[in-house]
Design a protein around this ligand. Structure first.
Ligand SMILES: [Mg+2]
Length: 207
């Protein structure tokens, strides 16, 4: 069994780009791009680049400050330890940023994790990300790649997410769980969990 979690608003309670934008004093600018993306005027890569552009020139120290503002979703550690106890694996894939996800993943003992990389030059964020972009299809590819690495079929995978960016990986997973999900995900998911507690997933996967 492989459980693959989205990160922003799934594994953690925040949207990391919004936390970073707050440090940059650019919440309004970032929210405006999010609005455009939701109206379908920008694809994910375009909206990611437009939002990250607002972070140009920030000192890399804000990453450590942002990490201190991140809180794990209720039940996250319980879910991870129960899956591990059943010899399953747990992964996280994010359209957010590896500089935030990597330390969390190490702390939590995640088996696989992948996110976008904020470009940093001479200690400052450039306002760009390092390719390749982790977008909706890349999240599905990661799930398939990790299942292959474990020698299991995608039917033995569970994808958990809340946003449109999670739809492709939810499509390929054996079971898809919308967690506090947005409208499009509510329609596509096999099951919905709206309690805000990730450990409620355990009953759905027989643990
Ligand atoms: Mg999310």
């Amino acid at each position: 069994m492989l459980v693959v979690l989205d990160v922003d608003s799934t594994l953690i309670e925040q949207e990391v780009i919004e936390v970073l934008a707050e440090f940059a004093g650019k919440q309004a600018e970032v929210a405006a791009v999010t609005e455009r993306a939701m109206r379908g005027e920008l694809d994910f890569a375009g909206s990611l680049r437009a939002r990250v552009a607002n972070l140009a020139g920030l000192d890399q120290e804000i990453i450590g400050l942002a990490l201190q503002k991140i809180t794990l979703t209720k039940g996250a550690e319980k879910l991870i330890s129960a899956v591990h106890a059943a010899s399953g694996k747990v992964a996280a894939v994010s359209g957010g940023f590896s500089q935030i996800l990597d330390p969390l993943a190490l702390d939590l003992g995640l088996d696989f994790y992948r996110a976008n990389v904020l470009e940093i030059v001479s200690g400052k964020l450039t306002g760009d990300v390092v390719p390749p972009i982790i977008d909706k299809p890349a999240k599905a590819s990661a799930l398939i790649e990790w299942a292959d690495a474990l020698g299991i079929s995608t039917s033995q995978t569970i994808a958990i997410g809340d946003g449109a960016n999670d739809l492709d990986m939810m499509e390929v997973a054996g079971l898809s769980i919308g967690f506090g999900a947005k409208p499009r995900v509510r329609v596509a998911a096999d099951v919905l969990v709206d309690s805000g507690d990730l450990s409620d997933v355990l009953a759905l996967i027989g643990l």
